[in-house]
Design a protein. Structure first.
Length: 138
C-alpha cells in the first residue's frame, strides 16, 4: 500500500486528468491520470490507481500504480507490489517488491561520486587491457 496522502503538498485525485508540465516545490501524489513532465524537489507518490505517462525527476519516487516513462530520483525509487513501469529507472537506491511488473533499464548510481562503468572493467583487470581480443574481420 502506498503512503497516505497526509503531508503531501499537492494531489491529483482519483478521477482527475492532468496534462502538461508540473514543476513543484514539495511533494506530489497522483491517484488520477497524468501526461506530461513532472519535476519535484521532494517525494512523488503514484497511488495504486495512478496512471502516469511522463518522465519523472524527483528526490524520491514511490510507485504503486502505472508509469510509462523514465524515472530519475536523487535518493531512491520504491516499486510496490502493484507497480507497473515501462521505462528506465535511475537512482542511488532502488527497492522492488514481489509482484512488480517492469521493463526497462535499471541504473543504480550508488551513494558516492558517479563513476564511468568502463572503469569497472579496467579495475577488474588491474588497469591492464582485457586479455580477450575482438575477432578479426574477414
Amino acid at each position: 500500500m502506498a503512503p497516505k496522502v497526509e503531508g503531501m503538498n499537492s494531489t491529483i485525485g482519483e478521477g482527475s486528468f492532468f496534462e502538461g508540465k508540473f514543476y513543484i516545490s514539495g511533494s506530489l501524489r497522483i491517484d488520477g491520470k497524468f501526461e506530461g513532465e513532472i519535476k519535484t524537489d521532494d517525494e512523488l507518490v503514484i497511488g495504486e490507481k495512478g496512471r502516469v505517462k511522463t518522465d519523472i525527476y524527483a528526490r524520491s519516487v514511490v510507485v504503486a500504480g502505472t508509469v510509462i516513462g523514465n524515472i530519475n530520483a536523487e535518493q531512491e525509487v520504491r516499486l510496490l507490489e502493484t507497480a507497473k513501469v515501462l521505462g528506465d529507472i535511475t537512482a542511488p537506491a532502488i527497492s522492488i517488491q514481489r509482484g512488480v511488473v517492469a521493463q526497462g533499464q535499471i541504473i543504480i548510481t550508488g551513494a558516492g561520486p558517479k563513476r564511468d562503468p568502463k572503469k569497472f572493467i579496467e579495475e577488474f583487470y588491474n588497469g591492464q587491457a582485457s586479455p580477450v581480443k575482438a575477432p578479426d574481420k574477414k
